[in-house]
Design a protein around this ligand. Structure first.
Ligand code: FAD
Ligand code: 2HG
Ligand code: ZN
Length: 491
């Protein structure tokens, strides 16, 4: 079945008529086959995957998306949806065979409405996250989800990966913030469900199905998003401590002492801080002395003036007295708040500059994560000589990025030759702990084999059944997320 589809894909995309029809649907601003114009969008953010596409198609509105999908469905042509191309799992990179079209949503970048009184914004898929932050702030509101790629990541990509980020502790993942959705399904029909209904029991929850579907069930064209009131005060603290267990203990104390105030607790090992200081210009260590582990804490208050700063200071002092925390500093200005956050948000970029890494985005039950990290990191480093684990991120969500850096002087093919065994080692440990091999980045093409290897038949069969039911021709982002069923062996 798969080979039949891909043969058909090749025939159709090589057809000049198909490309002419496609170009006519979106006009000259929305269509190119120029290699230079397409090149930046054919490699993933980490530079691990390189694809090819028959055309880069950028519709201007939902009706154009629907027309493009219908045409592709008629010709059995695969579609790879793309927003900001910040996927960490090669999710938005087409396969190298060039049979697919790359469907960019970046031209659909209108905030259709922003209603502060209802705390809602209706955004087209191509709205860049940072632009939504700015628009909400102008109206005294906030879209609370944020992450390091906020200057490029789009609403469509964030919805389609059910992104997490650094404020999940308080506000949850994208799924909890999407109040309505508009999407083009694989047959080209438009599912219009932007109304922010509190209650809706018309059967299967299509909105939830599309969130985190990584473009395999349709194209998200717009979403109704929940806003929250802007905070009146914010305090950002940088803390040095001895281990992840101490970081979690600190979180529990802060949550008890400052209810509803703690928005972030991000774990940063010394190695990650060193990489940032080495590769990101203008950064400096917040504390004078070195510490093996750090956390960045953000707490907010709805009113100003508030006692937030005093209460946070008191809690950190008491944690120092209790020997949970070794040292801490609270940013003294907005500029310092931003400087602390810049360190945290630049870890991926610094790590990319620092060399090749086998990347893992794992979760286990929150209380178990410190022990998991302290046992698994040395085990990996013992099993794979010369590697170094950098595990950082969202400890309060039980989710860290457990990245394994290549040994110094590793050969260029290290990732291809070594990463599968390393990832299997890490993922086996995660699975044994009842955890997930993808806490927030999705499966994409990077983890599809591991998902298949480690999932129960129940999970795999359900994923495949949903995919086949909604996308019987298999045109929506093939090769991502859903492992194809193996052909039965001839008896
Ligand atoms: P893309 O990368 O373009 O696409 C992502 C996936 O969604 C692909 O499968 C694509 O096919 C699909 N897709 C895109 N748009 C649509 C659409 N409109 N309809 C259907 N499918 C679509 N993630 C986190 O969860 N938490 C973090 O803290 C975090 N930090 C990051 C920091 C950096 C520096 C970077 C580079 C990435 C980070 N990410 C993080 C990864 C995260 O997945 C993306 O930032 C974001 O969710 C993807 O948005 P995008 O617009 O770039 O999507
Ligand atoms: C983050 O939390 C992102 O910074 C990226 O999810 C993680 O680069 C990574 O592994
Ligand atoms: Zn993350």
């Amino acid at each position: 079945m798969a080979s039949l589809i891909s043969a058909a894909v090749h025939m159709a995309t090589s057809s000049r008529l198909f490309l002419e029809q496609l170009a006519a649907l979106v006009g000259p601003r929305g269509f190119t086959t120029d290699a230079d114009a397409m090149a930046p969008w054919l490699t993933d953010w980490r530079g691990r995957y390189h694809g090819a596409a028959a055309a880069l198609v950028s519709p201007a509105n939902t009706e154009e998306v629907a027309a493009v999908v219908r045409l592709c469905a008629d010709h059995n042509v695969a579609i790879v949806p793309q927003g900001g191309n910040t996927s960490m799992v090669g999710g938005a990179t087409p396969s190298p065979d060039g049979g697919a079209i790359l469907l960019s949503l970046r031209r659909m970048n209108r905030i259709r409405s922003l209603l502060p009184d209802s705390n809602l914004a209706v955004c087209e898929a191509g709205v860049i996250l940072a632009n939504l932050h700015d628009a909400a702030a102008e109206k005294g509101r906030r879209f609370p989800l944020t992450l390091g790629a906020k200057g490029s990541a789009t609403i469509g990509g964030l919805v389609s990966t059910n992104a997490g980020g650094t404020q999940v502790l308080r506000f949850g993942t994208m799924r909890g913030l999407v109040a309505g959705i508009e999407a083009v399904l694989p047959d080209g029909s438009i599912h219009s469900a932007l109304a922010p209904l509190k209650k809706d029991n018309r059967g299967y929850d299509l909105k939830s199905l599309l969130i985190g579907a990584e473009g395999t069930l349709g194209i998200v064209t717009a979403a109704t998003l929940t806003l929250v009131p802007a905070f009146a005060e914010r305090r950002v603290a940088w803390v040095g401590l001895n281990d992840p267990e101490a970081a979690l203990t600190l979180l529990r104390r802060l949550e008890a002492a400052l209810p509803d105030a703690v928005e972030s607790l991000e774990l940063i090992p010394a190695h990650a801080l060193d990489l940032v200081l080495a590769h990101i210009p203008g950064t400096r260590a917040p504390l004078d002395a070195p510490h093996p582990w750090h956390v960045l804490i953000e707490a907010t208050a709805p009113e100003s003036p508030s006692t937030l700063g005093d209460r946070l200071t008191a809690e950190l002092e008491s944690a120092i007295e209790a020997d949970i925390v070794k040292d801490a500093t609270i940013a003294a200005s907005l500029a310092q708040d931003d400087a602390f956050w810049r360190i945290r948000d630049s870890i991926s970029e610094a790590e990319r500059a620092g060399g090749v890494a086998a990347k893992h985005d794992i979760s286990v039950p929150v209380s178990y994560m410190p022990r998991f990290m302290m046992e698994t990191a040395p085990a990996v480093e013992r099993a794979f000589a010369g590697t170094g684990v950098i595990a950082f991120g969202h400890l309060g969500d039980g989710n860290v990025h457990f990245n394994v850096m290549a040994p110094a002087g590793a050969p260029p093919d290290w990732l291809a030759s070594e990463a599968p065994a390393i990832s299997a080692f890490v993922h086996d440990a995660v699975t044994a702990a009842g955890g997930s091999i993808s806490a927030e980045h999705g499966i994409g093409q990077m983890k599809i084999d591991e998902l298949e290897r480690l999932s129960s038949p129940a999970r795999l069969n359900a994923l495949r059944a949903i995919k086949t039911a909604l996308d019987p021709k298999g045109i929506m982002n093939p090769g991502k997320l859903v492992p194809l069923a193996k052909k039965p062996r001839p008896s």
